[in-house]
Design a protein around this ligand. Sequence first.
Ligand code: FAD
Length: 316
Amino acid sequence: MGNMVPLAPTLERWLSGKRVGPLPERPADQPPPLLSFEFFPPRTEALEGQLWACIRRLEPLGPRFVSVTYGAGGSTHARTHATVSRLASETDLVPAAHLTCVGATREEVDEVARGYWAAGVRHIVALRGDPPPGTAYEPHPGGYRYADELVAGLRRVADFEISVAAYPEVHPSARSPEDDLDNLKRKLDAGATRAITQYFFDTATYLRFLDRCLAAGITAPIVPGIMPVSNYAQAAKFSAMCGTTVPDWLGAMFQGTENEPEVRRTVASIVAAEQVRTLQANGVDEFHFYTLNRPELTYAIAHVLGVRPRRAGVAA
Ligand code: FAD
């Protein structure tokens, strides 16, 4: 008898009929998904240059809309307004302005919304907002207390398209998952047409949340928020603050890449592409990307999803 060479585990599984689970198909007639991109308003001139380079790089991908955040405690009001107004006047993109309840009266918030409407902005991402770092949220005495009240207020100001936030892992200060889902329902009932989720890394968590939304009678799109991880340490720190679980496998993937920027980018692309392809295989056809004002990972993942740049003057 000759030497018995042990079979590789995968081959052994294959021969015994235990296939590696089916990979998502790529049907030739599958239309590319709808995308939206989120930016934050720049603090300095250099960052402004970075933001606009990012916008110009992603613009040809024809996103459904692009949104600009509103800093914690309403700290970026002027910068958010300037960025959104410039998007409205200098690009063909559909801009959406994030607006929060924090630190302002209802009249002040309504005035900001009226300013957006006058500047041609028709889409608001309505949020309660986060208080300044290190403080607990307290509704402003004369303000909208929670996002559902803000949505109702915006409806009275003008016929905005309104998106709201949703939390597959439950908002950190919610009394219970059921309460959080009731809150999402209230925001949609008040007039929001779409929810965008907090980012998540465990795709099954989102799919289970979607099931819970459907069971609660929610039919509005619950668009998954995708955050390509360009800096693992920063992502882990931020995730701890906003209640997103960082699975062990993610840390393991980035381990040892601290001084390997190329490897890090490749890993980040693979992780996010795997996530969006799994979601796509589960019927999800709209994605919101937290770009962090860096275009390359988002661009590459959009490419994997079949989204191609439009040439100037050529309709989609
Ligand atoms: P809400 O929907 O009002 O809910 C907040 C919490 O309060 C929940 O736990 C809810 O269950 C509870 N709650 C609601 N109503 C009541 C009530 N009547 N009584 C008691 N509890 C209640 N933050 C910013 O500062 N700027 C941004 O630009 C920004 N953009 C975001 C974009 C997205 C897509 C997401 C997912 C989040 C964003 N955030 C932003 C963060 C967000 O502001 C925080 O997560 C904030 O803590 C909650 O906002 P919300 O709109 O979800 O609040």
